[in-house]
Design a protein around this ligand. Structure first.
Ligand code: ATP
Ligand code: ZN
Length: 645
């Protein structure tokens, strides 16, 4: 009989029959290992415990401990879910399924209406029944031709089999129902301990919007109850912070793929938050010496040829519009070339430098449809962009000034969890970078010197600089613990060269300026997604779409008094409304809390008599009665104080 040679993780090699399975291999090491084994891993690929290994390679035995063990468990549950779905809906067809470190999913297409969350309980019960009956999960491996026959009639699986490079395909039979799986499985449902079906959402087949939309059923599974509980709690926390969920609940924005994936519509509430931030940013920047401009989102394609975007960034750009008369127009993916036009519109003198040009610049990037997510990743975005033109001597001072501005803004938004990364060129590979040693050496040491002068902690990353210059990235942590680059300061020696930028020096000669790209809060879209998550939708008063709601105890009796208060407050610039719905007071107060309105004022007979208000702050149980004028003073102070603690 043919033999195969398997290498163990410790380097030892051993011969086995070609038909030996991972279970046989485990048994040859120790019976206890065979009992614990849930799958094998041959050359890094998970293989079913009971499948003949057939070829030489590096073998590992996968047990319940660790990520691979979880993956096998989740793939097993995905198979049981498919079988349970087929029992419930015999006509159902499946697309891909996957189990991994995040959980599992199964893609489905049910011709007569789609699977919904309401179906999950019944499906879950059937899976539980298979587990308690210790149903056998038997493996059958088919070659490509036989697999194709087995899935004929299902367009999705037929395509998956046809496109696959695999030579064997795993089919599993449970309770007499056979399903194709791209994963591997336990051989008995009884080994599954704790699982949960979580949600259902649409997902295009193969992630392409030109393909049919399937219904994706999400779930997860664990070996221990405590792990499942912790995971469910973390998911709950993530849901409570998810800016897409909050955005919907608070009516901030929507994205509708029918009118354009990744192209958000800002509803009045979201628009109010955005307008408040935009005004704040412009005021801050103008106060710091920036000249704010407006420049077009469209430009002749040649502009992006000169800048190099067309050559290096084309994949992320929308295709050019051919106007039919030889003119090609392009939606800009970045604002830098536009600000260069502003610089170049006049002859510049050294006396004008540093010249700071800023804009809330709208730009378009063709992000992959699968990467789009709420406001976090969109295709049309508005960047808090700015470009400063300086002499090489001014780099350090300007860098400090920008950094100080950034940290000042962070304070106003109460952003405290951030770190600095200073990126240099790779000293071993200087030929990979824009060729000007003096610029690199002097500017890198100026950036480092600035960080030291400001007494900031930072880490240095050699080889992480852009081709065109060194940079500082400021990394923040999102509420869900992911790293995100919020702000950056990037030096650029290349664009001034490509666009032949000059200034007239004190010597009367032309000199090349250095360009500094800087973003403070990034794009409005991603920044507001971030804020929504860190604030859990409870925006500080200065940003809240509605800052005050006034609830009359009886609309008939005190509605007029409430209106008079509203007028007074609105005149002071406060965003306030009276709730005239006349519903039960407790209901209205609860509703105001659900909408996370910072201040709820209740007014009745007593308040009307002495021109006072009963104030309840968001998240507090107690209310306090105070003179209406005192309340106005308090809220104005609150607004002026931004989000500072
Ligand atoms: P990413 O790596 O996230 O794609 P990037 O490095 O391409 O971003 P930059 O070109 O530096 O981003 O863009 C500046 C800022 O624009 C980023 O810090 C980020 O805040 C924001 N941004 C980039 N792409 C998007 C997008 N698709 N949707 C929303 N904001 C974006
Ligand atoms: Zn730029």
């Amino acid at each position: 009989m043919a033999e195969i040679s398997l290498q163990f993780p410790d380097g030892n090699k051993k011969q086995f029959d070609a038909v030996a399975t991972a279970k046989d291999v485990a048994r040859s090491i120790a019976i206890s290992l065979a009992k614990k084994a849930v799958a094998g891993k041959l050359d890094g690929q998970l293989v079913d415990l009971n499948a003949p290994l057939k070829h030489d390679g590096a073998i590992e035995i996968v047990t319940a401990d660790g990520e691979d063990g979880l993956t096998v468990l989740r793939q097993t549950v995905a198979i049981l879910v498919k079988a349970a779905l087929k029992e419930t809906f015999p006509e159902i067809q499946f697309g891909p399924e996957k189990g991994d470190a995040d959980g599992f999913y199964v893609d489905t297409d049910k011709s007569d209406g789609q699977v919904s969350v309401d179906d999950l309980a019944a499906v879950s019960d059937r899976v539980s029944a298979m587990i308690s009956q210790k149903a056998e999960i038997s493996l059958e491996q088919l070659n490509q031709a036989d697999a194709a026959k087995a899935v004929a009639g299902n367009p999705y699986e037929a395509k998956m089999v046809a496109d696959s490079e695999a030579t064997v395909f795993n089919f599993y039979t449970v309770n007499g129902i056979r399903v194709l799986s791209e994963g591997v499985s336990f051989d008995n449902a009884g080994a599954v301990k704790f699982f949960k079906l979580l949600s259902v959402a649409g997902a295009y087949f193969e992630g392409k919007s030109s393909n049919p939309m399937l219904q994706r059923i999400y779930g997860t599974a664990f070996y221990k109850q405590a792990d499942l509980d912790a995971d469910l709690q973390a998911r709950q926390e993530a849901r409570e912070r998810d800016h897409r969920v909050i955005g919907n609940d608070l009516d901030l924005f929507f994205v509708d793929p029918k009118v354009g994936a990744g192209l958000p519509y800002w509803m009045p509430n979201g628009a109010t938050i955005r307008r408040t931030i935009e005004r704040y940013v412009i005021d801050k920047e103008v106060g710091d010496g920036y000249k704010h401009v407006y420049t077009p989102v469209l430009a002749n394609l040649n502009l992006y040829k000169t800048s190099g975007h067309w050559e290096h960034y084309r994949e992320d750009m929308f295709p050019p519009m051919d106007m039919g008369d030889g003119e090609m127009l392009e939606l800009r993916p970045m604002n830098c070339p536009s600000h260069i036009q502003i610089y170049n519109h006049h002859i510049r003198s050294y006396r004008e430098l540093p010249l700071r040009i800023a804009e809330l610049g709208m730009m378009h990037r063709y992000e992959k449809s699968g990467a789009l997510s709420g406001l976090q990743r969109v295709r049309e975005m508005t960047l808090n962009d700015g470009h400063t033109f300086v002499t090489l001597d001014q780099v350090q001072e300007e860098f400090k000034k920008i950094l100080t501005l950034i940290m000042d803004v962070y304070k106003d938004f109460n952003i405290t969890d951030y770190s600095f990364r200073l990126s240099y060129r790779d000293p071993e590979n200087t030929e990979k970078y824009f060729d000007d040693d003096e610029m690199w050496n002097r500017s890198q040491s100026m950036l480092k010197g600035a960080m030291d002068d400001l007494g900031l902690d930072y880490y240095e990353a050699e080889g992480e600089a852009a081709f065109y210059g060194p940079k500082l990235d400021i990394q923040t942590k999102t509420a869900l613990g992911n790293d995100e680059t919020m702000s950056t300061i990037q030096l650029d020696f290349m664009l001034p060269d490509r666009f032949d930028l000059n200034y007239v020096g004190a010597d009367g000669e032309d000199h090349r300026p250095v360009m500094i790209h800087r973003g403070i809060v990034g794009t409005m879209e991603r920044f507001i997604a971030y804020l929504t998550e860190i604030y859990k939708g409870a925006f500080p008063t200065w940003l809240a779409p509605k800052q005050v709601t006034i609830i009359p105890v009886s609309d008939d009796k005190y509605g007029d008094y409430a209106e008079s208060l509203r007028k007074e407050m609105a005149a002071a610039g406060i965003r306030v409304e009276v709730d005239h719905r006349g519903e039960k007071m407790n209901y209205l107060i609860r509703d105001a809390q659900t909408h996370k309105i910072p201040y709820t004022l209740v007014v009745g007979e007593h308040e009307m008599a002495d021109k006072s208000v009963s104030v309840r702050k968001y998240g507090e149980q107690q209310s306090e009665t105070m003179a209406a004028s005192a309340f106005v003073d308090e809220i104005l102070k609150d607004i002026a104080n931004y989000s500072r603690e």
